[in-house]
Design a binder for this molecule. Structure first.
Ligand code: 6R9
Length: 661
């Protein structure tokens, strides 16, 4: 992107918080001023949410940028903060996890029970020779043991590296080898789409390639046949027999907590390293502020997988440090039927729901009648994360899930940022559909142009973070140079421009007339059409604003006259007829609709009607693959696709539903 991004769309709808929520909100408007007056003092107050065994001497050491140290000299134990202290406070009987298996089996785990399991797992890991600083790989389905395993590592100061239960032998073994993990914790399998899906065979193959692995701990979930090696130990024969007593030792605030690999668009996956005190402070603070969590009364549910950073910060560390009661669900949203999510909300009386735009758009595609069948009156705050949420998907979420009562928090953040950075506050902000609004109190974000100058309201450019924050990544595991090159060399001191260090997130964004922030997708995806930088997000949102469309993915394909031309892959809503003439008519109408909404420059050259889009496991659209389809190149690496078969569908859809003029 050589210039700033075009600002094509505008939004006039705005929804102030419900009066009762605003009146009792955990965080009020004053917080913005307090944080602006003294940012570091503000973060110190947030750190006081936690129990420290030794107070810090210095809030932030930024003397060696971009390597930050937060709460220097302070000591704490993460697992103690997430479990023990709630039991000590007399809340041992409070439910920590309402677990719902995909087949409908359930488990209820109280904080007192969680303490026993975490202590037992900590004892077992210690017996297996794991000591503070060692790495442990976790490759599990969405079962309570996933949280227990993470907390047990944290408790003994081991660094966990969670790998998505759907990843391949290749992905798992590279991650184990990069981190030199000593132990891997896995299960025989988990339930997905109505049947047991094996995990152990992948681990067996991966471990054969990983010399560092000494032991494999195996949870029995599905009861399916597993091959057995002398490295393997059953969880129920070790952890569940271990002593339930374990005294948590404190660790320094900068002690490593976890590595989480994120692939990005190019190169090897990057091992994003997070540490203890700053990470837990911001995970805990944001979970309290952004979701307005009331631990005594709320039932919170984050639908993410534990293998995604969202599962780390908003299933494990944020909610548990706050003593929340939460729902954890093992399976897919359409098993046994498409009402499963709403049935779970209804059953557990979920009051805070945190999910991803991909799921919201899928629900839109399936139809309004499905959520309408359930009692969703317990919901009071809705959240979104992972991608820009199209204004129409936001409105659908508000209307059909929130029943026009609940605020929606669109939360922008990354694996690298560790916790939410930009989001409305549900009791303060009058949110606009599709906007993440403003940086949270304590966070400094801006949108800059190519020259690192802040763009005026109404302008678009690059999203940057201009001050360090407590849950920031500390480095890329064993690759400080890549850390600097990837995040700090585009703007500011790292680019030889002034002495202020500026973090570049890789996302495009704009400021609207009121200064609210709109995320516009990855800058690698920005399209250059006849000299204009056009974001994929705005064109996708224009398509989704048509009543016949549930989801859209847009890419720039090489074009002889305009440099690049816009190619759109579009999923129609459930009731829309797309066969023959009707499909061609719809395509024509959609092209005109985009031109009318955003201007003729954004009119797609081509629209394809498809039933699926290629997505990562966390639900992000893989535009790179669609670009290949649009340009008819070979498909490249599809290993992180949720279902690689969709590509065949898309390729064939491309041949049958092309429209050019
Ligand atoms: C938490 C998470 C990070 C990338 C990020 C951006 C996109 C996430 C978003 C959003 C627009 C939001 N993203 N939340 N874009 N609005 N509310 O998703 O982490 O998997 O590392 O992805 O996701 O592009 O840079 P991660």
């Amino acid at each position: 992107m050589s210039e700033t991004l075009e600002n094509l769309s505008s939004e006039t709808r705005q929804f102030p918080p419900p009066a009762d929520l605003a009146a009792a909100a955990n965080v009020t408007a004053e917080a913005y001023q307090e944080a602006a007056d003294d940012r570091l003092a503000y973060w110190e107050r947030q750190a006081e949410r936690l129990s420290w065994t030794k107070p810090w001497d210095q809030v932030l050491d930024w003397s060696n940028p971009p390597f930050a140290k937060w709460f220097v000299g302070g000591e704490l134990n993460v697992a103690y903060n997430c479990v023990d202290r709630h039991v000590e406070a007399g809340n041992g009987d409070r439910v920590a996890i309402h677990w719902e298996g995909e087949p409908g089996d359930t488990r209820t785990v109280t904080y007192a029970e969680l303490l026993i399991s975490v202590s037992q797992a900590a004892n077992t890991l210690t017996e297996l020779g794991v000591v503070a600083g060692d790495r442990v790989a976790i490759y599990l389905p969405m079962i309570p043991e996933a949280a227990v395993a993470m907390l047990a590592c944290a408790r003994i100061g081991a660094t966990h590296s969670v790998v998505f239960g759907g990843f391949s032998v290749e992905a798992l073994s590279t991650r184990i080898n990069d981190a030199d993990a000593k132990v891997v914790i896995t299960a025989d399998g988990g339930y997905r789409r109505g049947k047991p899906s094996a995990l152990k065979p992948t681990v067996d193959e991966a471990v054969a390639r990983c010399a560092s692995i000494e032991h494999v701990l195996v949870v029995r979930r599905t009861g399916q046949e597993v091959a057995w090696t002398d490295k393997d130990k059953w969880w129920h024969e070790t952890v569940e027999q271990a002593s339930p007593e374990h005294k948590a030792q404190p660790f320094e605030a900068e002690h490593p907590l976890f590595i989480l690999y994120t692939s990005g668009t190019t190169g090897n996956p990057k091992g994003i390293l997070h540490t203890t005190g700053g990470y837990l402070t911001q995970a805990s603070y944001t979970h309290n502020a952004v979701f307005d969590l009331k631990p005594e009364t709320d039932v919170y549910w984050c639908t993410a997988d534990i293998g995604w950073v969202t599962g780390h910060s908003y299933i494990v560390y944020g909610p548990l440090s706050n003593g929340a009661t939460q729902v954890m669900y093992e399976g897919t949203p359409d098993t046994p039927d498409r009402g499963r999510f709403w049935q779970i909300v209804d059953k557990y009386k979920v009051s805070i729901l945190y999910t991803a735009p991909t799921l919201i758009r899928t629900m839109m595609k399936w139809g309004d009648d499905i959520p309408a069948k359930y009692d969703l009156s317990s919901l009071r705050v809705l959240g979104s994360v992972g991608e820009p949420i199209n204004p129409e998907a936001w409105m659908w979420y508000r209307e059909h899930v929130g029943r026009e009562r609940t605020p929606i928090v669109d939360t922008w953040w990354q694996t690298e940022t560790g916790a939410v950075m930009i989001s409305p506050l549900p009791g303060v902000t009058a949110a606009k559909p599709g906007s993440a609004m403003t940086a949270l109190p304590g966070i400094s974000a801006d949108v800059v142009d190519d020259q690192a100058e802040s763009v005026p309201n109404g302008g678009g450019g690059f999203l940057v973070l201009t001050e360090p924050w407590p849950s920031m990544l500390r480095t890329i595991w064993r690759d400080d140079k890549r850390f600097i090159d990837t995040y700090w060399s585009r703007f500011g001191a790292g680019a030889g421009n002034g002495d202020k260090w500026v973090y570049f997130a890789g996302d495009g964004a704009k400021k609207d007339e009121d200064g609210a922030l709109w995320l516009l997708g990855r800058v690698d995806d920005v399209m250059l059409i006849s000299g204009h930088n056009i974001s994929t997000t705005e064109v996708e949102s224009a398509l989704v604003s048509h009543p016949a469309v549930a989801e859209a993915a847009v890419v720039g394909a090489t074009d002889p006259t305009t440099g690049q031309a816009i190619v759109a892959f579009t999923i129609p809503r459930g009731n829309v007829v797309t066969e023959g003439e009707a499909g061609q008519e719809l395509i024509k109408e959609l092209r005109n609709h985009v031109a009318k909404t955003l201007g003729p420059i954004a009119k797609p050259r081509q629209i394809m009607l498809v039933t699926e889009l290629p997505k990562t496991r966390s639900g992000k659209i893989m535009r790179r693959l669609l670009r290949d389809v649009a340009e008819n190149r070979s498909l490249g690496d599809v290993t992180t696709l949720q279902d690689s078969a969709v590509m065949d569908l898309i390729s064939s859809g491309m041949n049958s539903a092309k429209s050019e003029d």
